[in-house]
Design a protein around this ligand. Sequence first.
Ligand code: FEO
Ligand code: CA
Ligand code: CA
Length: 668
Amino acid sequence: MTDGGELNTTLLRSQRCELAEDVGSNASVNPTMGEIIAQRMSRRDLAKGILAVSAITAIASPLIGAGEARAQAANTTPSFNFKEIAAGSDDKHYVAEGYDADVLIRWGDPVLPGAPEFDAYQQTPAKQAGQFGYNNDYLGYIPIDGKSDHGLLCVNHEYTNEELMFPDLPGRQDMGRAYGTNFAQMTKAHADIEMMAHGGSVVEVRKVSGKWQVVKDSRFNRRITAETEMMITGPAAGHERMKTNADPTGTRVRGMFNNCAGGRTPWGTWVTCEENINGYFWGRITEQHPEFRNFRRMGIPGNWQNWGQYHDRFDIQKEPREANRFGWVVEIDPFDPTFVPRKRTALGRFKHEGAAGITNKDGRYVIYQGDDERFDYVYKFVTEGKVDPANRAANMDLLDKGTLQVGRFDATGAGEWLALVHGQGPLTATNGFNSQADVVIEARRAADLLGATKMDRPEDVEANPVTNKVYVMLTNNSRRVAGQVDAANPRSDNRFGHIIEITPPDADHTATMFTWEILVKCGDPSVASVGSTFHPNTTKDGWFGMPDNCAIDALGRLWISTDGNSQTRTGRADGVWAMETAGTQRGTSKLFYRVPNGAELCGPEFTPDMETFFVAVQHPGEPDDDDPTSKPASFTNVSTRWPDFKPNVPPRPSIVAITKKGGGKIGV
Ligand code: FEO
Ligand code: CA
Ligand code: CA
């Protein structure tokens, strides 16, 4: 696993987003997969369950006022109106009756003017640089002139599946329970195509006669890749630890990669988050190297890509500081195709899942962030300045100054945001922090010293602008053992994840204190040992595992998308579920859309008018890793050929636009 730099060695790709090694033998966990919840819960249990959920809500929400409690109690009817689809998995995608789910853009479709149509057999780095990238994850819809039928889609291309992309590679190597890539079979062209398929895309889109289409040759259309010139801003900019041979200033860097989730700001920019950047570095440094402790905490080198074979900057032996220039939040102005993306170092360096924000009532901007690793943390960043709604230019560098904070979740149901500020508490030279640059570069180690709570892989963290509640998706953590459980991460061997709801006092997102409670523990409610807590009204189709991304619609309703469900693990594909968060239905979820085999669902995003729900279908065609009989994936061995269903066309990660037949708001 740490044997990087050795060519001709088969190296594991064991850690991407949903981690292959995290897959347990699930046969004993879900013996009654597909059985209805009612088989376990009698009618009497159902009644008790409803009472229990209500009681827990009342006790654990000290900040709920009498008025709000009365309003919640009065809310006895479901807030979502659609007919739930059946859970399951096959090679197609499904949406609720009365809706259309149309593929809008696929991996390889032309983005830039003059880019060729997709042909997997004739792919080159130059072609890929003008085409839609691979593995669309986050997507943000930024309206043009406030419109809900014309805007810019900002899309992250998180990673590549070389085993599915390239007809001239043999596919993943079968290594028992783990699959790896034999880098010796990969050429520089493969690596360079991968580099061009990473990053992000800006695509102008327009709804014409009720159907979305890409605006071809738009002046806004843009590809960001692993080679795009970027600027480093904030406390780490220009610091010694950010300087390389190619950039002695420590302020310029080429590219971004493994951009997972993200956010969009009220001033119309796209924030896109580098997550598992460790996998892109290989080579060796010794324990005496000054960056050794830093790299170990980030898992560098990860050895999942062989880019370092052809590009010295990815070899930590040759250019160790390059790895300090990744793992940041990047801000991009999608309205200016010449804009140099900014790596905003004030927001810290870790494995960022997303960066959803909210304008606080005092005008400061607050960004919530998850660090997606087992036992890592939930962060927030509070800007020093205030959003100026009348002056876009005045907001453009707002993310360079502010306070990064990390969450401690106490057993009392209270919590505290701990500031990562150089010179305060343990963040001093004694512990290797000589400046704020050191603090943000090693944000994880700083948070360790502050006593933050180790969470079960924090993914999306989103604030609800209607209620000011904040939702934390904790996707899973099968490595937590009984002695490590705490109130906020209450299950050992947490295979299915849970969702925490944070309440800031007086709706003040800049406050130091907060209260929290668990909205739902995920997994099959019909299996007692799983300990899930979906509302008993949830059907056999309505429960899920592994929450990853989420969206909050204009009515303040929560929609959750998942990564890691499969026929073997949960008897269902990933998808998007609507989740009740208030009243007597709180904790009830309902399946709205599901993806084809092998895919996860990312980037759920509504247009402001709620008439379109964009979703990103990532890595369709991967094998069911939980199934011991599944064969390693390859260009020819795929679990679906969605969306083209042509024999020689590989499955293609795609953006899907969901609309109501005849028009109208989604789920209303
Ligand atoms: Fe890229 Fe945390 O999922
Ligand atoms: Ca994911
Ligand atoms: Ca994710």
